[in-house]
Design a binder for this molecule. Structure first.
Ligand SMILES: [Zn+2]
Length: 247
């Protein structure tokens, strides 16, 4: 039997049989794994509380027959208490893990994704940052990691440095008036995307939600759905833009 210890984030869990659950993890060194948690739904289960969605844990895993692993010695790497104290933060976390779960890379380790995912969870756990634009920023970072980051410095079609007025996820970026397709985009939204992908993410997430945020959230969601060819339920059920987005 192959046994190993790894850091992991719980992407989701689902019922299996009478009292078991399957826990889907993204691990640091072994990619996505599915854990069969026997008896986890019983009140006495020790694993139950440690393997909830969004948990950031360190875990011993043993490969069983088939595709499943068994978890032993689960401990929390971070408790994420601030994240868990706010619906806005939890919902933002769900929108992020739903996308990670959509990444088609079973058993292919991707430490870069793990690092990005855990940075996002720690950001959501920090009340210095507003959660509203965290999923949006995560989508753009993930696209960039996959080599599909949005082109927003020039028209993605003609390459000219002229005013950009539209965004087309299928073309991969912003477009000028002559090349326009996709959805129209305000200059506030363009400025905001440039800040997110251009290194001012901390500034974007601090304080008031910036102008153009609702537009940029819709653009990023379209882009990530287009990338994975999948509709995202948790992300779509998050209110477009909460009036008081604090926490
Ligand atoms: Zn153009």
């Amino acid at each position: 039997m192959k046994e190993f210890r790894d850091d992991a984030v719980v992407l989701r869990t689902y019922k299996s049989g009478e009292s078991d659950r399957v826990v889907v993890l993204w691990t640091r060194s072994h990619g996505k794994v599915r854990v069969l948690a026997k008896g986890i739904r019983k009140a006495t289960s020790r694993l139950g509380g440690n393997l909830e969605t969004l948990a950031y844990v360190n875990v011993d895993l043993v490969k069983t027959r088939g595709d499943f692993y068994i978890a032993r010695h689960v401990s929390h790497t971070q408790r994420l208490t601030t994240l868990r104290s706010s619906y806005a933060r939890i919902n933002a976390g769900y929108a992020v893990v739903e996308v990670v779960d959509a990444i088609p890379s079973d058993d292919v380790a991707d430490e870069a994704i793990f690092d990005l995912l855990t940075r996002v969870l720690l950001t959501l756990d920090d009340d210095y940052f507003d959660p509203t634009l965290v999923p949006t920023s995560f989508y753009f970072k993930l696209l960039t990691l996959d080599g599909s980051g949005p082109v927003v410095d020039e028209c993605v079609n003609c390459g000219r440095d002229v005013p950009l007025v539209a965004f087309d996820a299928q073309v991969g970026g912003a477009l000028c008036g002559d090349c326009r397709s996709g959805v129209s985009m305000s200059s506030d939204a363009l400025t905001l995307i440039r800040r997110i992908v251009g290194g001012d993410l901390a500034g974007v997430l601090r304080g008031e939600v910036p102008a153009g945020a609702g537009e940029v959230m819709a653009i990023a969601l379209d882009a990530i759905e287009d990338h994975f060819g999948k509709r995202l339920r948790a992300s779509r059920s998050t209110p477009p833009l909460a009036p008081s987005a604090g926490s």
